[in-house]
Design a protein around this ligand. Structure first.
Ligand SMILES: [Zn+2]
Length: 372
């Protein structure tokens, strides 16, 4: 048995900045603990030194296993200097410091610790499946690979332990990344009236997107979709009329928005001057908060944390977008000890109290799911 707090420190000490990731030593360390506790493991590489880990324990014919999932990669440190050692896992004032402490090595540690302590009692029960992914921070590459390879097992419910400060979230927005291209006609910069300026078209499109009307797309919990023009490029030299300009558009979708139709709506809103192309997309995730298991989890969270359980949604996206459809579309929640506001921050930390609470919550979820 290993307390989740100590395991969080150990996992922070594996430097897994993505890119390049190098998640394998961290994944093998977790796998070793699980194997020693009786779990079966499988490592699925997404590249050199980039293992994903799937681990199982128990399993019976009449009920699917409970799944916990988290990623081992972390984002770069950023330009600002750190006041603490980013890979030290040092403890001060009831907090563990380091890159990945909140996002999300504490979450992985909490479910691995709970799974290891309960492992001796899992034989002959519905059991557990743990998905420890690589490459989450750059578009969920690890779990997308597992889904494509068809190696994701079916699960009865999924807990993604991303940072929520132990608040129960029933889903999150999806992503729809577009690239818009405006074309014009080049001319000498001294005679702009003879050309057609693509930068002006792209700029008008960006300003139209800023005020795009999403009022027909409101979700009761996740709210409205958002749109952000993340980059814009156009023109080659100061003394020519530019004949091409491009913009990158980041849309965060709520469930139920028709993506093809949205492109058409964008086209109309921007006056037809820009052609949009899809660069990437990931589904929104939503589980009915009235689902019996979600209500049960809500009761467990409330009894452990003492906080009134209101069920919300996350603005960021997670591996759940691939796991939920890939594992048979079971009820899926986002729940973990990390502080959402600390994710990707300088001097990132996680509260030890939250880690202990998460381990207690996850243990209780396993006990109830497996009838221990
Ligand atoms: Zn994360």
């Amino acid at each position: 048995m290993i307390p989740a707090t100590r395991l969080t420190q150990e996992l922070i000490r594996f430097e897994t900045i993505n890119p390049p990731g190098n998640e394998t030593p961290c994944a093998r360390h977790i796998g070793g603990l699980l194997e020693a506790a009786g779990f079966r493991t499988s490592y699925i590489p997404m590249g050199p030194n980039r293992d994903n880990l799937i681990a199982w324990a128990g399993g019976s014919g009449n009920k699917l296993p409970l799944c916990f999932s988290g990623h081992t990669d972390v984002v770069p440190l950023g330009a600002a200097p750190w006041a603490v050692a980013p890979f030290g896992g040092d403890i001060a004032d009831g907090k563990i410091y380091g890159r990945g402490s909140s996002d999300m090595k504490s979450g992985v540690a909490a479910f691995v610790s709970a799974a290891v302590s309960l492992a001796p009692r899992l034989e002959g029960t519905p059991g557990l499946v743990l998905i420890v992914s690589a490459g989450e921070e750059r578009g969920c590459e690890g779990v997308n690979l597992l889904a494509r390879q068809g190696v994701l097992p079916k699960a009865g419910a999924i807990v993604v332990a991303e940072p929520t400060a132990n608040q129960l979230l029933a889903g999150h927005k999806g992503v729809f990344w577009l690239e818009g291209t405006a074309r014009g006609v080049t001319a000498h910069g001294s005679m702009p009236e003879q050309g057609e300026n693509a930068v002006y078209k792209a700029a008008r499109a960006a300003l139209a997107l800023e005020v795009f009307d999403f009022s027909e797309d409101v979700h009761p919990v996740l709210g409205r979709p958002t749109v952000n023009v993340g980059w814009m490029r156009g023109g080659l030299n100061v003394n020519s009329v530019p004949d091409e300009a491009r913009l990158g558009v980041d849309v965060r979708l709520v469930p139920g928005v028709d993506r093809e139709r949205l492109i058409e709506r964008f086209r109309r809103a921007t006056g037809g001057g820009v052609i949009f192309e899809v660069m990437g997309t990931s589904d929104a995730v939503w589980t009915d908060p009235e689902d019996p298991w979600v209500r049960d989890v809500s009761g467990v969270v409330q009894s452990v944390t003492g906080a009134a359980a209101s069920i919300g949604g996350a603005s960021y996206f997670t591996d759940a977008a691939a796991l939920k459809p890939g594992m048979g579309n079971p009820p899926t929640i986002i729940l973990g000890p990390g502080e959402p506001a600390m994710a990707h921050q300088t001097d990132e930390w996680c509260s030890i109290k939250r880690i202990e609470e998460a381990e207690a919550i996850f243990s209780e979820l396993i006990v109830r799911w497996c009838g221990l």
